[in-house]
Design a protein around this ligand. Sequence first.
Ligand SMILES: [Zn+2]
Ligand SMILES: [Zn+2]
Length: 415
Amino acid sequence: MKTSKPIMYLMGLLTISTMLLAQPKTTIETTKMSETLYHFKVTTFYPVSTLASIGPDGILLVDPGMEQSYAELMKVLAELSELKVTKVINTHSHDHHTSMNKYLGEAAEIVAHAASAELMRGDLDVLVEWPQNAFPSMSIDSETSFVFNGEEIRLIPIAGGHCKDDLLVYFPDSKVACTGGVLKSGSYPMVDFARGGDFRGFPALARKALSFFPDDVSFVQSHGDNFDYTQASEYVERLDRSIPLIKKAVSSGKTPTEMIDENILSVVADDDHAYPNRGFWIRTIHRGLTMENNGVKKSLIAPLFHVLQEGRGSDAVKLYRDLKKSNPDDYGFNENALNILGYYLLGKDRLDDAIKIFKLNVKEYPKAFNVYDSLGEAYMNKGDLRRAKRNYKKSIRINPENQNGIDMLEKLSSP
Ligand SMILES: [Zn+2]
Ligand SMILES: [Zn+2]
């Protein structure tokens, strides 16, 4: 279904491309943080932070955000300055922070961690379809700084916790820092194992990150409200204290569900409303400790995508079956991968190919409600309302709470 992206976000699967879905309305909240710095809370699919330095040198953006927010962000910037965006800094390469590079890269220099380009060129990002000008033109592999709008900007690589290309961005004159997925408040870390993140070194990296800042710093939170030094210290302490408790429970053979039911992290922190929550953190560490290669498998999407570049949906279905036969354990076979690929094709208006992929997903995962919902949508786009209805009905039969399916069926049934 169309809304699968926000749902995936709630599940903590932030890493999946946002390129695939119809665009909701964008809203932007602006806060002036210092003489030169503005914080924008940009909500398109979900809230994502962008920081701007605006002054005589032009506009510098830290984490411009997703390409779907481009037009709205440019409108807001135009009200603040006549000058163009001439510099962009990425705290890491997750595409919901960086896909706006596609538009900005033509006129702006793009600065990122030295490991970003390789990740962007890799299998994980094939559906983002990065153009050449979206790649970093300045790669950072050691601490460095430059001056923009009369203010020093310090760049500190501190990778390997959230991803392998984490970069801290600090404005010491304004005492404002963007720390991407490294520091935050009120939740637990999101570790992207597939992009080189790991929970094992996370507490030490987070503590080291904290050591670069004075205690009156303001942190820009990537997703959510900004936070202060005390909140960041609490976060680091939470990591330090939670990991040994989870490790102990894993070694005694407990499952994540048992750990969550027993609330083994209640001694660390009471609040559990921010995402990723403690259940997510427990599952992350359990996965890392019990699965080979932290549960990371080869991308299934990449080989199918490459076949679809030249061939048709039926060629991708054939390759899928071949891979499943010859390498059943090597690739990440799951319902989500085919769903994402199907939506990619829908977005390209390749309806027949999308239907082939969604039909394959229905065959592979006949008990999953979302596969029927997606197939229903593809038939609807094609104008085959009879099949669209049939699939939405099946989806609702499996999951009576599938509100998207209920709404679509109602829409299809009304004259
Ligand atoms: Zn991220
Ligand atoms: Zn993010």
